[in-house]
Design a protein around this ligand. Structure first.
Ligand SMILES: [Zn+2]
Length: 278
């Protein structure tokens, strides 16, 4: 919110370049080393487009707000990094030593099956992901998991690589600094499909698979975390592939509300603005 509007366009441009550049590479070499794979990860997860934001209270979706529960989330849960409902973004960072204690390997089709880290999620999220993928398959929708858990250290390497290549100012616009990525929670998974070459592209949102995910993810406890046109609120570009597990009841209510998680938390009466770290 402290940044000028031009910043958004510059960083969107960067993100487009980076996505295009990165997405043409990793798929061809599933055997690549952990470090290089991590560096090449196209899930930039880090579009920074802070600018003057619209108030959450002015969104049209709020017209139906009365029917939503909102009280599902509590301040205690939102600010507890080990909670399924933890808020993680550029203002609310995970601590360097936070590692979920219930990580398990996901049992769904994988893009990088040999990677030791990124095929993990916290147990409840992994179970829900399998349930979702199985249900999709029954409707001839074939989803693949590309990138789940990333440690603080892994994110640090990835961010450092972008800084080295593009400079810190630019990197900070399209990549999440360590602690600011939801992937460290073990509750986020990037999903993709053959129709987009198993990459992470905005066009996934226009595919049959992306449409299915958009319409059904909440049934299994996932939300699409970064909405189109809400970059100024979430701090991240539109990512139709990035799913965040929050549990079925909450995911359903968030989906019904049409809000981003930040907006939903605000509507729940939790003042996250006041707690901003910057
Ligand atoms: Zn992601």
């Amino acid at each position: 919110m402290k940044h000028i509007i031009e910043g958004k366009f510059i960083c969107l441009l960067f993100a487009a370049v980076v996505l295009t550049a990165c997405n043409s590479e990793p798929e061809a070499e599933p055997e690549e080393s952990e470090t290089s794979e991590v560096t090449e990860e196209p899930d930039v997860d880090g579009e920074n487009s802070e600018e003057e934001e619209d108030s959450a209270e002015t969104t049209p979706e709020n017209e139906e707000a009365e029917s939503h529960k909102y009280e599902i989330v509590t301040e205690e849960e939102v600010f507890d990094e080990s909670s399924i409902e933890a808020l993680v973004n550029r203002q609310y960072l995970l601590s360097e030593d936070y590692v979920p204690d219930d990580l398990v390997r996901v049992e769904v089709p994988l893009i990088f099956p040999d990677h030791p880290e990124i095929n993990q999620l916290r147990a409840p999220a992994a179970e829900a992901l399998k349930e979702m993928f199985d249900s999709a398959e029954e409707e001839d929708i074939y989803l693949h998991a590309r990138s789940g858990y990333r440690s603080y250290g892994t994110q640090e390497i990835q961010y450092g690589s972008f800084v080295e290549t593009h400079g810190e100012e630019a990197a900070s616009r399209f990549s999440a600094p360590p602690g600011a990525s939801e992937h460290q929670t073990g509750l986020a998974m990037d999903v993709t499909s053959e129709s987009v070459g198993y990459e992470l592209l905005e066009s996934f949102g226009e595919t049959a698979e992306g449409g299915w995910v958009k319409n059904n993810a909440h049934v299994y406890g996932f939300i699409i975390r970064y909405h189109e046109g809400k970059e100024d609120i979430t701090g991240y570009m539109y990512e139709p592939w990035h799913l965040r597990y929050v549990g079925k009841e909450l995911a359903h209510d968030i989906k019904e509300s049409g809000l981003t998680y930040e907006e939903y938390i605000l509507e729940s009466g939790i003042d996250i603005e006041e707690n901003r770290a910057e």
